[in-house]
Each structure stands twice: as C-alpha cells, then as structure tokens.
Design a binder for this molecule. Structure first.
Ligand SMILES: Cc1cc2nc3c(=O)[nH]c(=O)nc-3n(C[C@H](O)[C@H](O)[C@H](O)COP(=O)(O)O)c2cc1C
Length: 260
C-alpha cells in the first residue's frame, strides 16, 4: 500500500498531468483513475488521500459522486482536492467535502476541453496554451507543498447551490448528445477512440467508429483522435483539440498509476 492515494478523473489529460506532477513531488503515491469504477476503493492505509478532477456542467464529472461514496478512508487520513475548470468552479468541491470531508482544497482555471460548447482558448484569465500549462505546473508545486505539510484550508469550499441543478441536468444530457457524434473521412480506423472510451461505448464496425448511448461526456475520443475525425455536431470540425501534451491516450486507460 502506498503512503498517498490520489483519485483522479481526467477526460483530456490535464487533471491526470497535474495528479502525476503532485504525486512525483509527494513520492510513493498511487493515482487511481475514476472515469470508470475505481480499481481501488480501500484507501484506509493511506496517510493522504486526494481528489483531482475537472468541473463538468457546474459539478462533478461522470459517476464520480457515486464512486466517492464507496471509497474507504482512515478517520485520521489527510484529505485534499484540486479542481480544474475553464470559467467557473461550480459545486464539485462542495460535493466532495460533503462526502469525504476535506482538510485542504484548491482550484485553477485551464483552457476548456468542452469543444462542442466553447473554443479551448477560453480560460480565466485568458492565456496561451503554453502559459496555461506553466500556470498549472506552478499550481501543482504549490498544492504538493501544502499537502506534504498537511496544510488546512481556512474555509470550506463554497456551496453554489445553483450549480447543483446545472450539474444534474448536464449529466442527463450526455446520452442524448452522443447522437450528435459523427466521424469524418479523415478516420483511419485506428481504434484509439474505442480504446480510450471508459464505458466501452465505441465499437469499430466496418472500419468506422459507432457510438452507443452509455456516454459520460469525457470527450476523450474527440480530443485524442489522432486525425481529429470525431466531431460533435458541426462546430467542432473547425475547433482545435486540446489534449494535455504530457498525457497519451494509453495513460488514460490505466486503472492505477504508481509514482515512487
Ligand atoms: C463535458 C465538459 C463539461 C465542462 N463543463 C465545464 C463547466 O461547467 N465549467 C467550467 O468552467 N469548465 C467546464 N469544462 C472545462 C474543464 O473543466 C477543463 O477544461 C478541465 O481542465 C478539463 O480537465 P481534463 O483535461 O483533466 O479532463 C468542461 C469540460 C468538459 C469536457
């Protein structure tokens, strides 16, 4: 068992990159991926337990809220969370605090990965891709130092009740939105989309990806397609993808990543 466990949800790699960065500064850390049911739910031997995740539709992504309820943490373990968002933090940290009780939390704005809604360059404050990455790296350093020292936040994460409603409505829309997914002629049937989908919702039929309805909206298939062939409606064909430069599609498919 590792000294630290970080539970991480990441669709386009930015939260996973941050989790790896923090873990390498803490040492002896298991990063448990959370786009599907977590491989490890017993964290009772860990001294520090963290959660790193993006804001989706004003709340927690995928089935994270459900999964959090089954994770076992020792009563005296230090608990921390970091949220990435593009424009607003929503209610995700408050939800995590309600479920696990946080000692420390932090947030950072990154470019948007929700490209059917916004071009990726919308972050707060606006910045280039390169300086957004540098800003996230600095934040990872700050969080790692705080977590190492087991620093406590002075206040609780804000509740932001409106976003709880947005989040409920948003998560119900993914299965319907998946009907708008389509594949253009650039597709080479490499199967990356099917491999990176955490729900097994994509199948290659006659050398073309086909989509079922079990979608959590992570957009890994859209962001990691090497030919940018997967689109949601019309607008995404014109929009630049923004997967994290340090995280490969194969990294997202791992269940647990150990960092010494
Ligand atoms: C489906 C989806 C919904 C999102 N919803 C929000 C949102 O409501 N508010 C916000 O500020 N950012 C939102 N974002 C932006 C992400 O929180 C942000 O880009 C984050 O850095 C992505 O992290 P990841 O690369 O680890 O998935 C959304 C992104 C996606 C893919």
């Amino acid at each position: 068992m590792s000294e630290n466990i970080i539970y991480c949800y990441s669709g386009s790699g930015h939260c996973l990159d941050m989790a790896r960065n923090i873990a390498s500064r803490l040492g002896d850390t298991d990063i448990v991926l959370m786009r599907s049911f977590p491989e490890k739910t017993d964290a009772t031997e860990a001294k520090r337990v963290g959660f790193i995740f993006p804001c989706y539709g004003g709340g927690l992504p995928g089935h994270v809220e459900q999964y959090l309820k089954v994770i076992k943490i020792a009563p005296d373990a230090y608990r921390f969370a970091v949220e990435q968002f593009a424009g607003y933090m929503g209610c995700g940290l408050h939800k995590i605090d309600e479920i696990v009780g946080l000692d420390y939390w932090n947030t950072i704005s990154n470019h948007s990965t929700c490209i059917w809604l916004m071009p990726h360059s919308l972050s707060f404050p606006p910045t280039s891709k390169e300086s957004a990455q540098a800003r996230i790296d600095r934040k990872a350093m700050e969080v790692a130092a705080a977590v190492k020292a087991m620093k406590k936040s002075e206040r609780k994460p804000p509740e932001k009740a409106f976003f709880a409603l947005e989040s409920k409505a948003f998560s119900k829309m993914h299965p319907r939105r998946v009907r708008k997914f389509w594949v253009n002629d650039a597709c080479i049937a490499c199967g990356t989309c099917a491999r990176v989908c955490p729900r097994g919702n994509i199948e290659l039929r006659e050398k073309k990806p086909t989509f079922g309805t079990d979608c959590i909206g992570c957009l890994s298939c859209v962001q990691y397609c090497p030919k940018q062939a997967i689109n949601v409606g019309k607008i995404t064909e014109k929009r630049e993808r923004f997967p994290n430069k340090n995280v490969k599609a194969a990294d997202l498919t791992k269940k647990v990543i150990h960092i010494d």
